[in-house]
Design a protein around this ligand. Structure first.
Ligand code: NAP
Length: 491
């Protein structure tokens, strides 16, 4: 793996690398370069120099290059799937779905070429106008997470580049390979040098320096709320525009009149997709008391039948790293101490061969009675969920909203009144009624409370990368009358 700075792929000056393990086996997968401050400076200099020619190229040509990169990805998509399976431990079928997502983001955003329009406001006089039009903000720092390492890269690069910004990309240290592979496809497509730069290194080592850098105009980051808070603090140095897609703790409400089969199938997807490592994962399940026993019994039984193991063949793969695995053990220990009952899973699976050293945890269902328990308050980010009995709708809304996070939520009901009341009362950026996610390119992915700021997707998401510029113009050709300046000053 190399760094990309001003169009050249380079080894790190420091000669320093960190190690990345394969989550399915615990074996060393590859070495990741650690960029230093000078390399970060060089990447920003290159992005700044490349800005004007890239902007002046026009959105039609920029879209053509994005689509060409998408074609190159399509031609070799199996390579990207292989990388996702190896570096993230994603199931093959989920890796293929993620590559579809990458292509969807790229083609969707490229479709905005020549479509972003402005506004003309009336001036104070007839011969005056105010033109309001949208311009790129400048240099974008894109920081991506490990859970959807390719899709998040595409979701940031495509709108940033289409709108005429230049980019420095720093992916998660857990999954930089897919980001490097996608970057190489953009270069191959003919992106001018400096328009996209690729930097790797630990966020804890170079993150603050990258964030506070005076050349950054936008910071788009998907990751944890704690990192988002730190970025907000550090970005006070440059007042960069922040697009922060942070944590989630999705409530999943199943009402007494729900289609139980659909609800169960969606819940199994919403909790165990990507081994539960998703910001829209169903982290707490509220079930109406009339159907609680039978629903929860079916859910626990289905969960116990999920086959965990090799991501090529199993129903669920490993967690991302060793600390995520021990984190799951702590979640279950704490929940049990808090009085929760294990209904399914609750331990590591017994696997043999190479997989015995992988970071696997069994899909787990815990019955919880206390909304204030850690299981119902803190993001788990793994294959563990809690179920709770609820008697009336108002309580369900109250419990759902009782969270520091506010990204995704789910509701299953066949009653239109219940559905419509929920869409108003549940204070989350998105609510999925009688259907699974994930969010679509044409939806605006955003969250309330500590889930962050701004959003991604749709026209609203693309406009985050633009600034409105106002041109005031007088075309009367008449002498100007400015009542605070005496006319007789000018001869
Ligand atoms: P993370 O630890 O916060 O890291 C996210 C990115 O920020 C990584 O590239 C990381 O680099 C970098 N980073 C870390 N410290 C930094 C610093 N001080 N300054 C600048 N950058 C820094 O998050 P994660 O563990 O990768 O992802 C899991 C989290 O993402 C979960 O909370 C999940 O809910 C959230 N998520 C949210 C969405 C959404 O759309 N809202 C989608 C997916 C995931 P290193 O890897 O080198 O530390």
């Amino acid at each position: 793996m190399k760094l990309l700075i001003d169009g050249s792929w380079k080894d790190p000056e420091s000669g320093k690398y960190t190690e990345k393990m394969n989550p399915s086996t615990g074996e060393m997968l590859e070495k990741i370069p650690s960029a230093d401050r000078k390399e970060v400076d060089n990447a920003y200099d290159a992005a700044e120099t490349a800005f004007w020619p890239w902007y002046e190229l026009g959105s039609k040509e920029r879209a053509r290059l994005i689509l060409k990169a998408a074609d190159l990805i399509t031609a070799k998509r199996k390579e990207l799937e292989d990388i996702l399976v190896a570096e993230n431990g994603k199931r093959r079928i989920e890796a293929a779905g993620e590559v579809d997502g990458v292509l969807d983001q790229m083609t969707y955003y490229a479709g905005f070429e020549r479509k972003l329009t402005g506004n003309v406001a009336e001036g104070e006089n007839f011969d005056r106008k105010i033109f309001q039009y949208k311009v790129p903000r400048g240099v974008v720092l894109a920081l991506t997470p490990w859970n959807f390492p390719a899709a998040m890269v595409a979701r940031k690069l495509a709108p940033a580049l289409l709108t005429g910004n230049t980019v420095v990309l720093k992916p998660s240290s857990d999954t930089p390979h897919s980001a490097e592979w996608i970057t190489r496809k953009f270069v191959e497509a003919g992106l001018p040098k400096g328009v996209l730069n690729f930097i790797t290194g630990k966020g804890s080592e170079i993150g603050d320096y990258m964030v506070a850098h005076k050349k950054v105009s936008v910071i788009t980051m998907t990751g944890s709320t704690e990192t988002g808070q730190r970025i907000m603090e550090k970005a006070s140095a440059n007042m960069a525009k922040l697009i922060l897609e942070l944590g989630g703790k999705a409530p999943f409400i199943v009402w007494k009149d729900a289609d139980i089969k659909n609800a169960l199938k969606t819940l199994l997807w919403a909790k165990f997709w990507n081994a539960g490592q998703s910001c829209i994962a169903a982290e707490r399940v509220y079930v109406h008391e009339d159907i609680y026993d039978s629903f929860v019994q079916k859910f626990a039984s289905a969960t116990s039948s999920i086959r965990v193991g090799d991501p090529e063949t199993a129903d669920m793969g490993p967690l991302i790293n060793a600390s995520a695995l021990t984190g799951m053990e702590k979640v279950v220990e704490t929940a049990k101490d808090d009085g929760a009952k294990v209904l399914a899973g609750g331990s590591r699976p017994k696997l043999s061969g190479k997989l015995a050293s992988g970071y696997f945890y069994l899909p787990t269902v815990l019955e919880e009675k206390d909304q204030k328990a850690s299981l119902f308050q803190n993001e788990v980010f793994g294959p563990i969920t809690g179920v709770m009995k609820v008697g009336d709708l108002e309580t369900a809304f109250e419990l759902a909203n009782d969270s520091r996070y506010g990204l995704a939520s789910y509701l299953f009901t066949n009653d239109v009144t219940t559905a419509m009341r929920a869409t108003e009362r549940v204070r989350f950026g998105e609510i999925y009624v009688n259907m699974p996610g994930p969010e679509a390119s044409q939806g605006y992915h955003t969250g309330f409370r500590m889930t962050g700021q701004s959003g991604e997707g749709s026209q609203y998401g693309i406009e985050e990368y633009l600034k409105i510029k106002n041109v005031y113009i007088d075309y009367s050709g008449k002498p100007l009358s400015i009542n605070t300046v005496r006319d007789d000053l000018i001869h």
